[in-house]
Structure formats: C-alpha cells, structure tokens
Ligand binder design. Structure first.
Ligand code: NAG
Ligand code: NAG
Ligand code: NAG
Ligand code: NAG
Ligand code: NAG
Ligand code: NAG
Ligand code: NAG
Ligand code: NAG
Length: 889
C-alpha cells in the first residue's frame, strides 16, 4: 500500500535530477550564417485561391560558403487543408534530390481556399523571407526573417524565430529530454548504429518534425520532408533571442505546417502527412521474451517452459541471430537449430497459443555457395561498387553484399526468400519479423577498409549477369526488363559529382565521418539516387520491403515488423524498439520520454524498450521495476545482449512477483489499450498521452517526462530512482482515483510524494471522467484472455460524469467485416452503452459485461453493492455488448 503525502510547495527530489546533455562541441562552432550570404529575392509571384508560386533569385554575388549557391529557386505554397500548409523551396532545374514518392507518398492536396485555412502565409520579397501565422489569434508560428536563406549544392540553411524559452518536442530519434533543451541545443539526423544510445547524438532514426507548444496560445507542428543528413539547432543568442535552424547537406526545403491548435490535433494532422499507423494484432500486446545468446533450440524451448512453470504468461518467443548458420540470413544452424526441430518448436508454440519471431539483417553473406546470396546476385539486387561488382561490407556473417532497397527486383527476391524460408509447410512458420542493423551498420569502419576480415574468404568472382535488370532507353521491348517500374523522369535525383565523403559543412556523427561504419555515401541506388541522400531511409526501405514480404506470405493477416532504423512515415507499416540501451536506471527513465515522443509525435505507437536493459548485467531491483514500467508501455519485450546474465523474469522471485502482477493488470487492460491503438490508427490521436496533451494550459505539465497517460485515462507514475521506494510526481488539478484501491485522490496541481512503494508496486491513477473496459480475469495467453468477460470501471469526474469507449474485432486479420465501436457514458447515475455492435464473439470469445463498478460513491444506489472501504458500487450483470443498453445505478 502506498502512503500519500501532499506537498503544497514545489519540492526538489535529488534522485530525479539527471545529467544535462553533453556540451556541444565542434559542429556548433562551424554552424553557418555570418551574414555574408546574399539571400534571395522573390519575383513573378502568382496567387490563386489556394496557392502561391514565385521565383526566388540569388540577390547578389554568391557567397559559396560551404558549396555553390544555387541561383534560381522556386517557391510553392499550398493550402492543402484547413489545418495544413505546404511550403516548398526547391531548385528551378529540378536537379537537387527530393525524397522518392515510393519512400514517402505525399499527402493529397485538398486545395483549400486560403480564406478557410487556419494558417496564413506571408512573404517579404527582398530579401526573401516568410512567416506563417495562426489566424485565430495572430500567433506567428514561423518567421524566417532573422537570417538569409542559403541554398547551395551541399548546404541549405533556414532559420525561424522562436519565442523565449520555447516548449519544443520531437526531432527524433534521441535520448535527450522530452521537452528539448533550448540553449544552443543540437540535434543531428544521421541514422547510425548507436550502442548505449548516447545523449546529444544521432541515433537510429530520422524524424524531422517538431511540435511547439505555447500553452493557451495553442500547439503547432512543423515537418521538414528531407532525408539528407542535417543538423537542427535550437539557438539562443547573447541577447536571449531564440531560433530554430536547419542546416542540411542537401535536399530541398519541403515544409508541412500543422495548425493544431490542441496538441492532439497536431498529432492527427501529422498522421495525415506521414500516414496513419498500421494496426497491430491483438497478440502483439502480449509479453515478449528474447535474448542474444540462446544457445540452441532446446534452450529456447526451456525458456518457454520455465515461464510456464513460474506461472508468468509468455505470449511471444523471439530468437536473435543465434538461430542462423554462421549468422547468415535465411539459414538455420544445422546442429543447434536444425530445421525439423525448429518447425516442431513453432508448432508447439502455436498449439499452446504462443507466437514466434525471428531476426534478419540487411547484409547478405557474399559467398557463391550461399543460396540466398546466389539468387540475389543472379537477380542483380545488390548495391554496386564502381566496377559493377557487388558492393561489399561487413556484418555478422563476415563479408556481405547490401540489397538495394530501391530496386524493384530486390522486393521480388526478398519476398521469394521469405516464401522459401518461412514457408509454413517446409520452413519456419513465424508470426512476426524483426529487422536489425539496417542504418545500415557496417563493421567496416570507413570506406577504405578491407571487407574481407581474417578467416572470411573473399567472395568468388561474380558470375556473368544475363540481364542488368535496368531499362535500356531507345531499345525494343525485348531489351527491357518486364517487371520494372523505374521512374519515368530523371528529375530531382540529386546533383551529380558532389563531395560525397567530406562535405565542407559537417553533420555531427558520433561514429566519426559521414560514411564511417555504414554504406559509403557515393554508392548509387537503382533509381540513380545516391546513398548520400537516401542513407537515412535505408532501414525504412528495408522495413517496408519486409512488410510487403510478410504480407505476401500471409495476405490476410496484419504484419508485425519491428525495425531498428526508421524514417518519418515508417509507422504506416512497421514499428520500432528503442535500440541497444543498457541495464541502467538512466536508460529505464529514458524509455519514458522516448515512448512519449514516438507515440505522440512520430506516429509510431507500438514502441518500447528492451525491458530490464540490453547491454550489461541487469539486477533484480532494476528488472522488477522495469517489468512493471514496461507493462504500461505499448511494446513489452525483455531482451538482453550476448555477454550478459540471463534476465528472464523467472530468474528472481522478486521479479517474478512484479512481472505476474504487471502482466495480470496489462492483460486485463488489453482491450482498453487495443482500443486506443485502433483510434490512433484511424485518427492519429495518440494512445499514450504526455501530461500536457490532457492539461495543455497547465505549465507544470510541459516538461514532465517520467509520468504518462496509458491511453487517456490511466496516469502512470513509476519510481524512477535507484534503490528508492519513493516517488514524487505531479497530479494536475482534477479528480483522480487510485487504480489499485479505488480511493479518490484529489489532484491539486501540485507534486505528490508516495513513500513505501515496494518493488512489486507501481502507482497508477485513473483520471476522473473516464470509463475503462477491462477483462474480469487475466489469462496465460491473449487467446485465452479473449474468452474472459468484461467489467466496466466508471471513474466519474467532479460533476459525476464519465465517458469511455471499446473497440472489438477478431484481433488479427487485415480485413475486419464485423467490428464494434462502443461508446459508454455515465451521467445522472445512469450508464449507457451505444454505438455499433458488429462483433459478436466468434469462436467462444466473450462479449459479456459481467459487472459494472462505479468509483467514488457515497453509498449504494438503486441497484448494486456498496464497498465502503473503496467507496465504490458494484452492479452485477450480465449485459451483452451486442446492442445498446443502459443501467440505472
Ligand atoms: C515537482 O517536482 C519536480 C522534481 O523535483 C520539479 O521539477 C517540479 O517543478 C515540481 N512541480 C511542482 C508543480 O512543484
Ligand atoms: C563567413 O562564413 C564563411 C563560411 O564559413 C567564411 O568563409 C567567411 O570568412 C565568413 N565571413 C565572415 C565575415 O566571418
Ligand atoms: C530453467 O529452469 C531450470 C530450473 O530452475 C534452470 O536450471 C534452467 O537454467 C532454466 N533454463 C533457462 C534456459 O533459463
Ligand atoms: C566511392 O568512393 C571510393 C573512394 O573514393 C571509391 O573507391 C569507390 O570506387 C567509389 N564508388 C563508386 C560506386 O563510385
Ligand atoms: C575523418 O576523415 C578525415 C579525412 O580523411 C581524417 O583525417 C579523420 O581522421 C577522420 N575522422 C575519423 C573520426 O575517423
Ligand atoms: C497460468 O498457468 C498457470 C499454470 O502454468 C496457472 O497456475 C495460472 O493460474 C494461469 N494463469 C492464468 C491467469 O490463467
Ligand atoms: C460477420 O457477421 C455476419 C453476420 O452477422 C456473419 O454471417 C459472418 O460470418 C461474420 N463474418 C465473420 C468473418 O465472422
Ligand atoms: C543515455 C545514456 O545513458 N547513455 C550512456 C550509455 O552508456 C554510454 C557508455 O556506456 C554513455 O557514454 C552514454 O552517455
């Protein structure tokens, strides 16, 4: 039981204060603008009802500071919807790289009359600058007038003014504070393998979107569609003026301004631009276990068995690269993971209602006798070195070739490898797939390294190629590959002959130079673009290709694809975990802020961390707390590195107890969070809410990063300090209820301290005004869980009102003909259930409400039993969730 102590004064809590990000080094010093570049002048301005175009001409002698100034630009402004303004500045010659449509399908332009738009675009002709204003309150949200636009062949700079001490979020992927630092802070977007997720560094993913919250004046978002590596700065000059500055080494300025004005409106508007999240199967909310270092298939089975023996529900078992023969994709180790036994493992798991997931890496072992490589080589799917041979690098199997994810034949080959290896009749019938190392991570430290590590024999000479797979312009059809859909135009593929390795402007990279530990930037893709511009989309493209291969295998089922590297829009089809963190309290805390940004800002909801930590040995205290923390985050997987101790929850009695309680609660709440995911996929409204999303005018909430709302009703406030049994957290001015006891806890807009929070407890509060559908009992698998009845938990607000919702479907199929979208509302002592009721509980699944529990009651009403200690009334049913009903309480 917790002990509540209300503090009416802000109190400092040493355990919660952590190190500030590492100080900025070199790159800030060489950041541009010193006022010597000439800027541009606008002319030939053409306005329509819903658009504006103009020519932008370099307004003086080129400064050629980091590369050559481009003289002629074009400006395109489109009022795409009432809440979205598109502003694009690009080269008139259409040579500069623009993100391919296949990597990022553009949102439709609704051609909204500017008079109907929430935002207003205004420009100053000379020197060219522009502003974007929210019309409702004249709030200027973007203003580029404080410095000249610089648009060069390998350097583009644009700066916008920010208010003093702005509240800025997003710009992932990073491990920095949720509300970004504003005192000359740098974000660098250059996807990279990032052991231990260092602070103030480029990590695995690129999401150039920020949300800026101005309290009562509204929230807006700004997305820059540009994949070329960049730095983004939040600057403060000596006079205290603040600005946000983009410094990219290429690409165009392709902005989407999102009007808000509520924080969740910006999330929805961003989803409309990058795509709404995929819907994931019901089972993906189960508990997952993995470790690098499960030695053989017996050990994998034993882990599953040990979970059962310990009585801890395990839904999904994973295997890391251990299963592969010599760490080669699409192989199994004949001795340790023989295919027959692997098939038996999967069959057994499926019989038990459990699932199985395996890993793949992008690097394909480049030796002639490796079947997948040979087929890929034959079909010409790999990136090329200058002499036309397969470009080589080093990953887990040794010397590898890199699939060119922009080549259509690569998709054909990858899909075919999936059909062969994951064939339910003869191969491994897995349920989900995990793609790793796809930044791409190259063990070759730099482009000059020898990709033939000791003991790894050189790949044999490449056999002759019957067909390059590329179209040959001007020749008859028989010369053309039949299955290609290469871009008809040659536009916007990137300026040739740039400085690929050491552009004058440096994007910060914690791994070293631009091409270090990855695929060299001068490598061409199938469509003629260069890695220099597409590097940040390598993992994204691999993940999308993998999604399509999974769909080909099982066209009727929702794919589950987990990827390490991402780009804006990856969430449309795939999801992400936070990479290789470590077993440390700081990393436990970081998971919270990363989750907040990924779900609410980056539109990738099914995310989570490696529970108990990946690198280094965990311990039972951290692991017990993390087992509970992870249960209230969307993707819940325990995973550890090769050299660490085993950290399955059953290893320690304390962790077992914590995990059982956490999983029991998570499963009872599974339909509640599944419903929240469903609505995020439909509308973009986030399934995890930062506190400021629900209390946007309460300035105390803006920087909170160690609490969150799971769904929109449950406030989670875990203990976050090592060795502590105490947590100080914020309770907004509102009615809350203790989830565990049902007791009313009145929030006063102050910090609250709980003491004696044991390692098997986690504080959870229900926000008044909400209704939570739960399963009465938990189960060992989500398949069993679906047979349990519901209980409806009503938590009235100060006016005695509450609302909630429940989405029901079959759980796994893409096409769901029979679904229910049920709205609950409680008012004047009456609970009613309305909506659509297509889901009737096929295959014995329950659609029965067993009882209703109403919190915060003084005594029993017309019906029901009053629990005086919990001050709640329980009314026994049943009611069926197959039609509308109402109950007077
Ligand atoms: C609550 O405590 C935190 C951590 O000590 C502190 O930063 C914050 O200002 C406090 N909030 C209020 C409203 O007192
Ligand atoms: C301005 O910056 C450019 C590029 O770094 C540099 O070459 C030039 O000398 C600077 N000029 C001044 C006046 O600092
Ligand atoms: C499973 O449990 C047994 C008995 O506690 C233990 O000896 C064994 O190491 C465990 N196996 C694994 C893979 O955790
Ligand atoms: C890329 O640059 C490296 C180093 O200059 C060179 O060896 C290699 O041949 C180049 N690759 C291509 C495809 O041009
Ligand atoms: C980056 O490249 C430069 C030029 O080749 C070299 O001098 C420097 O050592 C490299 N830096 C790192 C971190 O490897
Ligand atoms: C899960 O299975 C164990 C036996 O392995 C059993 O003791 C436990 O009650 C089951 N839990 C649930 C929630 O059904
Ligand atoms: C959907 O419901 C209809 C009628 O209620 C039923 O005939 C049909 O079999 C159901 N479809 C599925 C996939 O369960
Ligand atoms: C976010 C975080 O804790 N990063 C740290 C991880 O560990 C490495 C070294 O092991 C540190 O350098 C990072 O700062």
């Amino acid at each position: 039981m917790f002990v509540y102590i209300l503090f009416y004064l802000a109190i400092g809590y040493v355990g919660l204060i952590f190190a500030a990000p590492a100080p900025l080094n070199g790159p800030l010093a060489i950041r541009a603008s010193n006022g010597t570049c000439p800027g541009y002048a606008a002319s030939n301005i053409v306005k329509t009802d819903s658009s504006l175009t103009a020519d932008l001409t370099l307004a003086g002698d080129p400064c050629n500071s980091y590369s050559e100034d481009i003289k002629n630009l074009k400006l395109l402004v489109e009022y795409q919807s009432t809440d979205r303004l598109h502003v694009k500045i690009y080269d008139a010659d259409l040579k500069v790289f623009q993100v391919q449509e296949e990597a990022f399908p553009r949102p439709a332009n609704g051609n909204t009359p500017s008079a109907d738009a929430a935002l207003e675009f205004n420009l100053v002709e000379s020197p060219f600058s522009f502003t974007v204003k929210r019309k409702a309150n004249d709030e200027v949200i973007f203003d580029t007038s404080s410095s000249q636009l610089i648009f060069q062949t390998q350097y583009v700079q644009l700066r916008t003014k920010l208010p003093k001490d702005p509240h800025v979020y997003g710009l992932g992927e990073h491990s920095d504070p949720f509300q970004l630092p504003t005192d000359n802070y740098r974000r660098s977007l250059l996807n990279s393998e990032s052991p231990n997720i260092p602070f103030n560094s480029n990590l695995y993913g690129t999401h150039p979107v920020y949300f800026e919250h101005r309290g009562g004046k509204g929230t807006h978002g700004v997305f820059l569609l540009n994949s070329t590596p960049m730095n983004i700065f939040i600057l403060r000059d000596d006079a205290g003026n603040q600005a946000l500055e983009y410094d990219t080494i290429g690409g165009v300025l392709d902005f989407y301004f999102l009007a808000g004005s509520k924080p969740s409106d910006v999330s929805k508007q961003y989803a409309d631009v990058v795509g709404h999240s995929a819907m994931y199967p019901y089972w993906t909310f189960g508990f997952h276990q993995c470790k690098y270092g499960y030695w053989d298939v017996n050990m994998v089975a034993e882990v599953v068995g040990n979970y059962s023996t310990a009585g801890i529900p395990l839904e999904v078992m994973w295997t890391d690269i251990d299963y592969m023969d010599l760490r080669q994709d699409f192989t199994t180790d004949p001795e340790r993971f023989p295919i027959d036994k692997m098939r038996e493992l999967v069959t057994t798991l499926h019989e038990r209602g459990q699932r199985y997931v395996l890993i793949l890496d992008p690097g394909v072992h480049a030796v002639a006798n490796q079947a997948s490589y040979a087929r890929g080589h034959e079909q010409d799917v790999f990136l090329k070195a200058a002499d036309g041979s397969d470009l080589l690098g080093v990953q887990w199997p040794g010397t590898v070739a890199w699939p060119d994810w922009f080549a259509p034949q690569t998709k054909t080959w990858w899909t075919d490898e999936f059909r062969r290896f994951f064939n339910p009749e003869s191969g491994i019938d897995l349920d989900g797939i995990w793609v790793d190392m796809n930044e791409a991570s190259n063990f070759c430290p730099n482009p000059d390294c020898n990709p033939f590590p000791e003991g790894n024999p050189p790949a044999p000479k490449n056999p002759p190629r019957p067909n390059t797979g590329r179209p040959i312009p001007g020749f008859p059809a028989s010369f053309q590959p039949s299955n290609l859909t290469a871009r008809a135009d040659e536009e916007s593929k990137g300026i040739p002959n740039r400085e690929w390795f050491h552009p004058k402007y440096t994007v910060y990279n914690h791994r070293g130079n631009l091409s270090d530990f990855t695929i060299p930037m001068n490598t061409s893709n199938f469509d003629g673009t260069k890695q220099y511009d597409t590097h940040n989309m390598h993992g994204h493209m691999m993940a999308l290709t993998t999604h399509s291969a999974m769909l080909d295998r099982r066209p009727e089922l929702r794919p589950m694809v987990l990827t390490r590297s991402t780009f804006a829009g990856s969430g449309r089809q795939v999801t992400h975990w936070f990479g290789d963190n470590k077993s440390a309290w700081e990393d436990y805390r970081i998971t919270i802020r990363q989750m907040l940004a990924w779900v609410a800002m980056h539109q990738m909801p099914m995310v989570g961390s490696d529970v108990c930590g990946f690198n280094q040995d965990t311990n039972e205290h951290l692991c017990a707390r993390w087992a509970m923390l992870g249960a209230f985050q969307p993707f819940y997987r325990n995973h550890a590195e090769l050299s660490t101790i085993q950290q399955e929850f059953y290893q320690w009695p304390l962790v077992s107890e914590a995990a059982k309680k956490a999983i029991d609660t998570r499963y009872k709440l599974l339909d509640y969070i599944y419903t929240a995911l469903y609505y995020q996929t439909k509308t973009g409204e986030p399934m995890i809410n930062p506190l400021f999303y629900l209390y946007p005018e309460d300035t105390n909430t803006f920087a909170i990063q160690e609490q969150w709302f799971y769904g929109d009703a449950l406030l989670i406030s875990p203990v976050t300090a090592e060795g502590s049994t105490q947590v100080t957290f914020y309770l907004p001015k509102d009615t809350f209820y203790d989830y565990w006891t049902g007791a009313v806890v009145q929030g006063e807009g102050t910090n609250v301290t709980l003491t004696d929070v044991s390692e098997t407890e986690i504080p959870v509060h229900i926000r008044g005004g909400t209704i939570i559908p739960q399963r009465v009992n938990s189960a060992n698998t989500t398949k069993q869980l679906r047979k349990e009845d519901f209980t409806i938990l009503v938590a009235p607000d100060a006016e005695g009102k509450a609302t909630g919702r429940l989405y029901l479907d079959e759980g796994e199929k893409l096409d769901q003909p029979n679904t229910s979208e049920i709205s609950f509302s409680f008012e004047g002592g009456k609970l009613s259930s309305t909506g659509s009721f297509g889901y009737t509980g096929e295959s014995g699944e329950s659609v029965t409400v067993k009882n209703i529990r109403i919190l915060g009651q003084q005594q029993a009403g017309k019906v029901g039993t009053w629990d005086s200690s919990a001050k709640s009334v329980t009314v026994e049913g049943p009611w069926k969730l197959v039609g509308a009903w109402a109950v007077e309480i």
